[in-house]
Write a protein that binds this ligand. Structure first.
Ligand SMILES: C[S@@+](CC[C@H](N)C(=O)[O-])C[C@H]1O[C@@H](n2cnc3c(N)ncnc32)[C@H](O)[C@@H]1O
Length: 277
């Protein structure tokens, strides 16, 4: 049984076992700014960098790949101002809401990693660069893209729960996703399981200030945590709310019905600590 209360700019979904998901329609900096110091246990996030568009314009000035395919030359969704100043302010807020001895995972494409990732060192101890191997090649000009990166950082002593996990994760991308740039839930589940694993409780708060379709929300809840996410797009909140409601009801994920992991290529280590709904 799940109870759901709705407000226009916020959804709060509560599972009978105490897991909660709060989904807020807010700019990332405003959401983080509204949170007390040290109120979040883990951040997993995939920001809407605009650096990718600036650097990857080819030929007729349009980027190669899915962002360009809407047809009217506009971006699929509003992009975050990822100037070093704004990105630095974002990182400072992430570090503040985490407080000491916590972890954060930041996703990067190769271009945003070159330009922005060095800023992480001003706010975090950068522990490793993880590679998301998408298994099949995608679009791209100077070599076709098959990977993205995840920087694993801490604010102090925050050892991984899992010590048996390699730094390359082979998980297929979501094809023909209903929400642009939807990532596999397994990607976020891997982050949560590696850092929290069986130590998560319903009071453990995982936060994603760039919620998108809600893959991180489903992942955190599957790992037994509660979740707080924000996004400026109404479509994001609609998608994430539908996915969380389906998860709490024990139904198939409406945006990712099947696993994107081939067990011959990737051990689904996060399944060891998955919690039933
Ligand atoms: C790369 S997508 C996230 C995709 C998500 N990880 C998923 O699996 O669906 C980035 C998201 O950031 C949102 N966004 C853009 N600017 C934002 C801002 N200033 N604050 C919060 N969200 C923003 C976009 O609406 C988009 O949903």
């Amino acid at each position: 049984m799940t109870s759901v209360t709705q407000q226009p700019a916020e959804h709060q979904l509560v599972h009978t076992d105490g897991r909660t998901a709060r989904l807020v329609r807010l700019d990332a900096l405003s959401l983080l700014g509204s949170l007390p110091d040290g109120s979040v246990d883990l951040v997993v996030t995939d920001p809407a960098y605009n650096g990718m568009n600036q650097h990857l314009s080819f030929g007729k000035g349009r980027i190669v790949g899915s962002y360009a395919e809407r047809g009217d030359g506009e971006a699929w969704f509003d992009e975050f101002d990822d100037s070093p100043e704004n990105y630095g302010a974002f990182l400072a807020e992430v570090a503040r809401v985490l407080g000491p001895d916590r972890s954060a995972y930041f996703m990067f494409d190769s271009f945003s990693m070159l330009t922005l990732a060095p800023l992480l060192r001003e706010h975090f101890s950068v522990k490793n660069v993880l590679t998301w191997d998408k298994v099949a090649i995608g679009m791209g000009h100077h070599f076709r893209r098959k990977s993205e990166f995840i920087l694993y950082c801490t604010t102090g002593r925050a050892p991984l729960v899992r010590r048996d996990v390699a730094d390359v994760w082979r998980i297929r991308r979501v094809h023909r996703s209903a929400y642009p740039t939807q990532k596999p839930t397994e990607l976020f589940e891997a982050m949560v399981a590696a850092s929290l694993g069986g130590n998560a409780t319903t009071d453990t708060i995982v936060c994603d200030p760039f919620l998108g379709s809600g893959s991180s929300a489903v992942a955190a809840l599957r790992q037994g945590c509660s979740f707080l996410g924000g996004d400026i797009a109404e479509a994001s909140l609609d998608a994430a709310r539908a996915r969380v409601a389906a998860a709490f009801a024990g139904e198939v994920d409406p945006l990712q019905a099947k696993s994107l992991v081939d067990p011959l290529l990737q051990k689904a280590f996060w399944e060891d600590t998955r919690v039933a709904f």
